[in-house]
Every structure is written in C-alpha cells, then in structure tokens.
Design a protein around this ligand. Sequence first.
Ligand code: PGU
Length: 421
Amino acid sequence: MAMRGLMHVSKLLPATARVRVSSFWSGVETGPPDAIFGLVEAHKKDPRPNKVSLAIGAYRDDQGKPWVLPTVRKAEQRIVDKNLDKEYAGIMGYESFCKEAYKLAFGEDDNFKNNSYVTTQTVSGTGALRLAGMFLNKFYPEAKTIYLPNPSWPNHNPVFKQSGLEVKSYRHCNFQNMTFDAAGCYDDLRSIPNKSMVLFHACAHNPTGIDLSLDHWAEVSKICKEKNHLVFVDMAYQGFATGDLEKDSAGLRLLAKDGHKLVLCQSFSKNMGLYGERCGAMTFLTESESEAKAVESQIKIIIRPLYSNPPITGARIATEILTSPDLYSEWLDELKAMAGRIFEMRGKLQQGLINEGSTRDWSFIHTQIGMFCYSGMNQEQVKRLQDEYGIYMTKDGRISMVSLSSNNIGYVAKSMHEVTK
Ligand code: PGU
C-alpha cells in the first residue's frame, strides 16, 4: 500500500525533479563491511541455531549472555538517587572523572602525583585515539607517521589515517612460535627515524594476546629514549589481562617513571563493561603546568566542533565506582572473575582440541593473555568455520575468548579440529 502511494506521488513530480533526486549518491560505491562489526551483523542474520560469534571483544557470562557488572548496576542506582541534572559536561568532560582515570592508570605513587599532565574525557577508547591522532597531526610536525605493532587492532589503521597520519608498523609477533619478537621490535625501533611516534598496547595485546614482560618494557623504554621517540600507549584492557589493575599498567608506569612524556588512551568499555556508554580518556604527560594548559586549550579547540562535549552517563558510573570504597573493592573482584573465566576457557579450549585428537601444538592458547586468542588459523580455515559450522571470527584467526562458554566450547573445539586436521 505504502509503495503504491509513493509511486503515485513520484509520478506527480516533474521529470527533472525526479532525475535530480535519484542522482545525488549514484557515484557512491558500496564499501566493504567493517572487519569486526561486519561479522556481528552477519552472525545476527545467520539462521543456524548452533551458530557462534567469536568476533567481537565484548564479555559474556558462562551462559553466553552480555554481563552488566553488579557494581555498574549499583552505581547507576546511586546516580538515579542523586537526582542529577542532564546539563552539558564541559568540553573536556567531568573533572572528577578525568582525575580518577589518571589515578587508575598511573597509580597514586609520589612519582606521578607531581606529574604535570592533561586528561580529557573522550568518546571511549576509539574517540581517544582519534582525538590524539588529530592533535598529533596538527602539533607534532616532526613526524607524520605513526608506527603500530604488527599485527594490531584493525581499527588503528583507519583511525590514524583519517586523522591525517601515515601508518607503518614495527615487529611485534614472531609468527613462527607465537611469542614476542623482541629482537625484531628493538631493531625496528632503532632503525626508524628519531622522534617517531610509536604505539604500544599497554596489556592484553589485540589481536595476539602476546604482552611484553617488564624486561621488554625496560628495553623498549631505553631505546625510545635514545631515539627520542614519542611513546603512545593504548590501554583498552587494564585489569582484563591479569585481573590486576597494577600488573596490567606496569609497562605504562615504567615508561612514565623513565620520563617519557607519553600520550595515553584509556577505555572503560572492557574493564567496566561500559561498551555502549562510550566512556574513555586521553592523557598527555607534559613538561610543565604551562605546557599542560596550552595543550588543554588546543584539545578543546579540536573537540568543540567535533562533538562539543562527551556523553555523561558512563563517566558518572565510572566515577561512582572509582570513588566509592565499597564499589571499588567489589569491582576489583569482578575484574578477577572476568579474567579468571577467560583463563578457564583457554584451558578448556586447549583440552577440547586435545580430546578431539588434534596433534597440533595448541599450548600458546594458554600462554596468550587477555580477551583474544590468536589461533594461527589461516583465512581458508576461518572461512570454513563460518561457512560450514556457523562459527564467526575475524579473518586473521582471532578468537574472542569471552564469547566461549560451557555450552559452545565443545562444538568450537570439534569444529576447529575439523578444519585444522
Ligand atoms: N583499542 C584496542 C586495542 C581495542 O581492542 C579496542 C576495542 C579499542 C581500542 C576501542 O574500544 P572502545 O570500545 O572504543 O573503547 N576493540 C574491540 C571492540 C570492538 C571494536 O573493534 O571496536 C575488539 O573486538 O577488537
């Protein structure tokens, strides 16, 4: 009926108007689906009852259900009880949230109390990275290239390219034995131009689950100092790798203690499960208070015409948890529980593959850390898992461990064995 009505109206339009209306976007070509969110959409449309989505890093409980942290629910209730208004936050977001985010990352150590820095609330981790990219493009003319670990989160590349930077990589993963390619990384950091921008994953490296030890961080820090590189840290998983906030930020803190005036991007998507609330922060460590003030003023000038000011609810929730001793200690237990469940799933997946009769060495499943398992499966095997078994993962063979549960782990292990034997 509606269709008939529409045709009727269009017939009334003069021919020229019709042509013009339909020609605006005729030159737009269909782009490829997103490497991660595209798979979420494809999985939703898949009618097979035993389908499994291992594509996105969003925590599930052992029933496969999204888990809202009980502390988040409690914080929400407290916020409702305060009967707060819905006024705009400032351009930089809530001051108390920014302070807490900084403290969480760097700790309350005297070394950091006296740091001069500027922190702004951002539209989650992605927004922080984009904002930092735009700032660096504008104010760091020494280098127009940012170096990412190989491999890295697929969205890093477009985030920085669209910020106007060039993107290159340095070695991170030794693909032969799935360990950190320390020698390759050090070599690359030494051979790139002085004052380069280099991005590191603070912990729970995405997609490999291969993190740097403290000795590795110390060496990286030394080289970056010698070369005067600008260190950029993406910390999307603090607390998620080991279940311990301090351990997961040890590399970052070592860099800061060594005097790097680094750039940090933080996300509260994973460690507080605030995915859709878009809650994050960006920090620049600076030489002086006056430098911090100048940087802050320019950050504001970038944010204002972009999104004006950040969303308020996620930041209120995070602040409530970080400033209420009871919620904070409960949250530490929740972090341990999430990291613990992932650890358990790693053991079960490895055992499941052995039980199926796989003779491959899957021991790395257990040594990798964080949300993902970098399985080493090739694109053809990943495609077979999707086509024949309804199991979705990114084409680099990355498995989101948080989507495995007691219900699907047997099926996933069996299917992985079928395509890799
Ligand atoms: N940095 C890294 C290393 C990440 O893995 C992610 C999220 C982000 C930043 C951005 O997180 P925000 O949600 O914007 O705070 N990576 C997940 C989530 C899906 C996605 O690609 O955005 C993932 O599955 O890789």
